[in-house]
Design a protein around this ligand. Structure first.
Ligand SMILES: [Zn+2]
Length: 412
């Protein structure tokens, strides 16, 4: 019987009997908790008086034994907890309310971060929804057991859409470790406040830098909750604004050319989109020639292009040199007489403090974006899970460093 306990990775439990269930074609191992672990609340683990015998015998799915499915079977008495009322007593082999053992849960969680969806399903012979429930409880346990929010000083905040843009998650990443710290359903002030609530005032005060895009709701919450933090606006987003402004100019010039019957000019501009978008060092010879021709024939568009390029240069330089160039850029843009860039200069002036902070501290949202790219792939894997919590749990396993080791592999 000791051997069976060993085989199933059971601790604090006694094996009483092992039978083969012909009907279900599985091995059924009868167990009972050791005395010292009896009569504890299934939710909080506190010792409490017994209540009744519950619904009699209960089964928990264990890891397969060889090629055969295996179950643990035991009485499931109830206890009366002062805090939680009448609840099932804790068992040493499974999480509260779970139909699978710890070893089974942890194996499923490990597999889901290492194998394909169908491999996990086929190997463990469980439905994908069950995997969702398992990862949720594994992550809940892991989060309760570790303090992941200690010593945070630099964080990045972003949002990610899933379900074809119908649903959003707000995510927080640690810049120093690159680890996903937290994710939550929704994208507004209320959502983000939940993160800082969880962090607590003392730890909020230790946050020094926060990177984000220019979303107002992020700026508002950070300003209200992190008294010592500087908000760094993501350079990538600012450059994207300039690219958008440039494209407005291109379309405007193209429309004018078409209206005036300048067919050749219109045709050239239509094909010039990529030449204008790309970084000059990445241009093909043909695109380079196109750009040179625009410089020659269309000075307004070429000026817009130079404005975009110089703004990009601001973020490549960074530091004091970047800030000096930004000053120069703003002066130029304000009097360039191209409406979309005059408007851009206004927006940049509004967000000046956040942009300067990004230049000074060299902090971008790149690390957050890379976590988001992986998270986007996970949203597809999580398809079929019933709740966003299961998707978040999957993300925490894979990107938050909460994946448990395979059972029986850690030196005690
Ligand atoms: Zn309790």
């Amino acid at each position: 019987m000791m051997l069976w306990a060993r085989l199933l990775g059971l601790v604090k439990a006694v094996v009483e009997d092992v039978v083969f269930d012909e009907d279900d074609e599985c091995i059924v191992v009868s167990v009972r908790p050791r005395k010292a672990t009896k009569r504890r609340c299934g939710r909080c683990g506190k010792r409490c008086p017994g209540y009744d015998q519950g619904d009699g015998r209960r089964r928990w799915r264990a890891l397969d034994l060889g090629t055969t499915r295996a179950f643990l079977e035991a009485d499931s008495p109830r206890v009366r907890c002062l805090e939680h009322g009448v609840v099932a007593a804790q068992v040493p082999w499974a999480r509260h309310g779970a139909g699978h053992t710890y070893a089974f849960d942890d194996t499923a969680a490990w597999l889901v971060t290492h194998c394909s969806k169908s491999a996990v399903r086929d190997l463990l012979r469980i439905a994908w929804r069950t995997v969702g429930s398992i990862v949720t409880r594994v992550v809940t346990d892991a989060e309760a057991a570790t303090d992941r929010f200690a010593n945070l000083t630099r964080i990045g905040i972003d949002e990610i859409s899933y379900k074809r843009g119908h649903k959003y998650l707000t995510v927080v990443v640690d810049h120093d470790t690159g680890v996903l710290l937290w994710a939550h359903d929704g994208r507004n002030q209320k959502t983000l406040e939940k993160f800082f609530d969880r962090l607590g005032d003392e730890r909020c005060a230790k946050i020094r830098l926060v990177s984000a895009d220019a979303a107002e709701w992020i700026a508002n919450v950070v300003a209200a909750r992190c008294p010592n933090a500087e908000l760094c606006l993501d350079p990538f987003h600012i450059v994207a604004w300039a690219t958008k402004a440039l494209d407005e100019v291109r379309r405007e010039v193209w429309n004018t050319a078409r209206r005036n019957g300048q067919k050749a000019v219109a045709k050239e501009l239509k094909g010039a989109r990529y030449a204008l978008w790309k970084n000059p060092e990445d241009l093909t010879d043909r695109q380079g020639a196109k750009l040179a021709s625009i410089a020659h024939t269309n000075q307004r568009l070429y000026r817009a292009y130079l404005l975009k390029e110089q703004l990009r240069r601001v973020f490549a330089l960074k530091g004091a040199a970047g800030i000096a160039l930004l000053d120069h850029w703003l002066k130029w843009a304000r009097r360039c007489r191209i409406p979309s860039f005059v408007k851009l200069a206004k927006s940049i002036t509004t967000h000046r403090a956040g942009i300067e902070a990004a230049l000074t501290h060299g902090l971008s949202n790149a690390r957050v974006e890379s976590v988001n790219t992986k998270l986007r792939l996970l949203t597809r894997v999580a398809f079929g899970f019933r709740s966003p919590n299961a998707l978040i749990a999957l993300a925490m396993l894979d990107l938050g460093g909460l994946c448990p080791p395979l059972p029986g592999r850690v030196a005690a």
